[in-house]
Design a protein around this ligand. Sequence first.
Ligand code: SF4
Ligand code: SF4
Length: 210
Amino acid sequence: MNRRAADPHHHTVAGPLADRRRASDLAAVENADLCSGCVTCCTYITVEVDAPRAAWEYDQWIWALYHRGVSLYVERPERWFVHFGTVCEHLNQAGRCDIHGRHPVLCRDYDPRSCERRRPLADVVAWFDRGDELEAWLARQRPAHYQRLLAYRRQTPAGPPVADALADRKALDQGLIGISEPAADTIPDTREPGSPSDRARARRGAEERT
Ligand code: SF4
Ligand code: SF4
């Protein structure tokens, strides 16, 4: 990585601060006061991703959104971010950072004077918590892309039949399904060549040569 990644927190509306100090120059007591009762920025991460255009990209993001705790949002001018709702393991029961003083630099640089508690989020034009929300947005906002996604799905077989584990288990118990051993010539031979004594001699030879 040869450049610093975008701040992995929600971005807020930019604007000058009357106090010109850097966030990391604030005293611990100032930080504690500013963050009192709030833990928001320790409960998620965001990662900027390429703006999707191709059908397979939309397909993947819809799949990602089927997972709990995964969201996607779009800022204007167009930038896409994936958002994982996940609490930092160093946030203790009292709502404090249990590694304060050696916590990551990005946490120290996140400024409680201009964070999302105090300023509105930067221009977020769309937010998706679920795959069907992204799909509905696509149909509404990018109908040509949506048609490409539908065509992509139509071109791809629906997949193998879904296994019925319970029925298969019963059939197996009743001896209705036979599990055959694979033919010997289909099993790859991963053994070293030669007898054990050949291999020992070869190893000794290699050791003597080094
Ligand atoms: S920096 Fe802002 S969002 Fe994070 S805990 Fe402090 S007040 Fe809350
Ligand atoms: S390391 Fe500390 S400050 Fe940083 S996210 Fe975790 S709990 Fe919050």
